[in-house]
Design a protein around this ligand. Structure first.
Ligand code: PRP
Length: 205
């Protein structure tokens, strides 16, 4: 039996269809209900539907053997797991954005609003730039517009949220997409199966 942590939502639906194509079917999973655990004894698979930001935690602690999670969440949380495959789904990027016409004053610490403090800290440490972090939980675009921060570190996908709020991208930080990850101990004991899954998924990308 292999235990798979799937992110709840649109990405999870796409990822399930990839797993189902390689034999890990569980039709019940596609039905609208509030269940979080789905088992198919014949296919020897158990799925957990997990909040996307928690997938790395389930896999790191071995509650799930493998899982699928955005690179954004891996970069922020740095779970101790193996990253096996880029599934090339949910593509977007981490970027820095500021108000149109904003001019940075290098003599002051930069005020950075973000949901991703670890990513922001690492990025600016690499530039030797002093910053102060303002941790937010969403709608970060509002921070530079209201004067709460100088810039934001956020996910940009189509760029329309940035544009509609009169912001512009001033730097790209890192590309983001969904990744297949594995628990380190599971990889030791179920390595053959996990390698096979990785190979089969890679063929379908
Ligand atoms: C994300 C991100 C941006 C938006 C970018 O927000 O924080 O706001 O998507 O997408 P775009 O470039 O295609 O416009 P999300 O919808 O996850 O909600 P949030 O504001 O709560 O983070």
């Amino acid at each position: 039996m292999i235990n798979i942590a799937l992110p709840k939502g649109r990405l999870g639906d796409k990822v399930y269809s990839l797993f189902s194509d390689i034999g890990y079917t569980c039709p019940e999973l596609l039905m609208e209900n509030r269940k979080l655990v789905f088992v198919n004894e014949q296919a020897e698979v158990r799925y957990f539907l997990v909040k996307p930001t928690d997938v790395g935690i389930y896999v790191e602690h071995g509650a799930a053997d493998i899982g699928v999670v955005g690179k954004d969440i891996l970069l922020e949380g740095e779970p101790d797991v193996y990253e096996l495959l880029d599934l090339k789904l949910g593509r977007c990027r981490f970027a820095v954005a500021a108000r149109e016409g904003y001019k940075e004053d290098p003599s002051l610490p930069l005020r950075v609003a973000t949901k991703y403090p670890n990513v922001a800290r690492k990025y600016y440490a690499g530039l030797n730039r002093e910053i102060s972090i303002i941790k937010l939980h969403g709608s970060m675009e509002l921070a530079p517009l209201s004067g709460l921060s100088d810039v934001i570190v956020d996910i940009v996908e189509t760029g329309s949220t940035i544009k509609e709020n009169n912001l512009r991208v001033v730097a790209d930080i890192a590309p983001v997409s969904a990744r297949l990850i594995a628990n380190k101990a599971s990889y030791k004991f179920k390595g053959e199966e996990i390698d096979r899954i990785t190979k089969e998924l890679a063929k379908r990308l």
